[in-house]
Design a binder for this molecule. Structure first.
Ligand code: ADP
Ligand code: MG
Length: 246
């Protein structure tokens, strides 16, 4: 795993400034949530870290390596993006092993690593299945296993729980949260869901209109919001927060 340093990145699409001078560090083994409303620049920020977008200004570094102009396939990032759907012409196990196959890892080792991850995510029995026969929550776990299989330097998740029902979300939040901290993953977790960010992330970066409004622990952001926007956005819809174990 690696430390991620995003330094003053800016990304414009025509007249729109999607990301307007964002600086953020994710320490080795830390999960940082990027939280904000739709259209505030979360996905663009994540895509710049993944290498799908080159910022107009600013840099991205993994540890001391400047990766700003390095293509995605050479960054060793694990991606759980909505558009990264599972391959439906492969079994669950083949999906998880895909990245290892691309790297020339042998069949037996691929199989073992895939099965170990599937087991860890509680879907060990599904290895030989066609992913289209799995539930949304099971597919989401396969996506996570696929992203983790390559032992990524950085794990990038973009609204991975979108489309799942509330009960399943709550369960996955606990399970995946525990798994990510147990695996010591460095990750950026994009969400518009305050509660999800609070419960899953070590720190939260609150974004609004292309800029970061505040970066802090869930407790800091919740108890001492730096701006009016943070105060309104973070308190919204969070009546259950007294149950959070800080
Ligand atoms: P979020 O993920 O927070 O919803 P995005 O990063 O997707 O926000 O988008 C930020 C802004 O940039 C939005 O105004 C969006 O319409 C615009 N945008 C994003 N991607 C593109 C693109 N490829 N072309 C033009 N505009 C884009
Ligand atoms: Mg988005």
């Amino acid at each position: 795993m690696a430390r991620v340093t995003i330094d003053s990145i800016r990304k414009r699409y025509g007249e729109t400034t999607a990301v307007d001078g964002v600086s953020l560090t994710v320490d080795d083994g830390e999960i940082v949530g990027v939280l904000g409303p739709s259209g505030c620049g979360k996905t663009t920020t994540l895509r710049a870290v993944a290498g799908f977008e080159t910022p107009n200004a600013g840099t991205v570094a993994f540890d001391d390596r400047d990766v700003t102009n390095v293509p995605p396939e050479n960054r060793n990032v694990g991606l759980v993006f909505q558009e990264y759907a599972l391959f439906d012409n492969m079994t669950v196990r083949e999906n998880v092993a895909f990245g290892l196959k691309m790297r020339g890892v042998g069949t037996a080792e691929r199989r073992d690593r895939a099965d170990e991850l599937l087991e860890m995510l509680g879907i060990g029995g599904m290895a030989a299945r066609d992913p289209t026969t799995l539930s949304g929550g099971q597919q989401q776990r396969v996506g996570l296993a696929r992203a983790l299989a390559i032992e990524p330097s950085v794990l990038l998740l973009d609204e991975p729980m979108t489309g799942l029902d509330a009960k399943l979300k709550a369960r996955l939040r606990d399970e995946v949260g525990e798994l990510l901290s147990a695996l010591d993953v460095t990750g950026l977790y994009v969400t518009h869901d305050q509660e999800e960010a609070m419960l899953m992330c070590d720190r939260i970066a609150v974004m609004n209109d292309g800029r970061l409004e505040q970066v802090g622990t869930p407790r800091e952001v919740y108890e001492s919001p730096a701006t009016e926007f943070v105060s309104e956005f973070v308190s919204l819809d969070a009546p259950e927060l007294p149950f959070v174990q800080w």
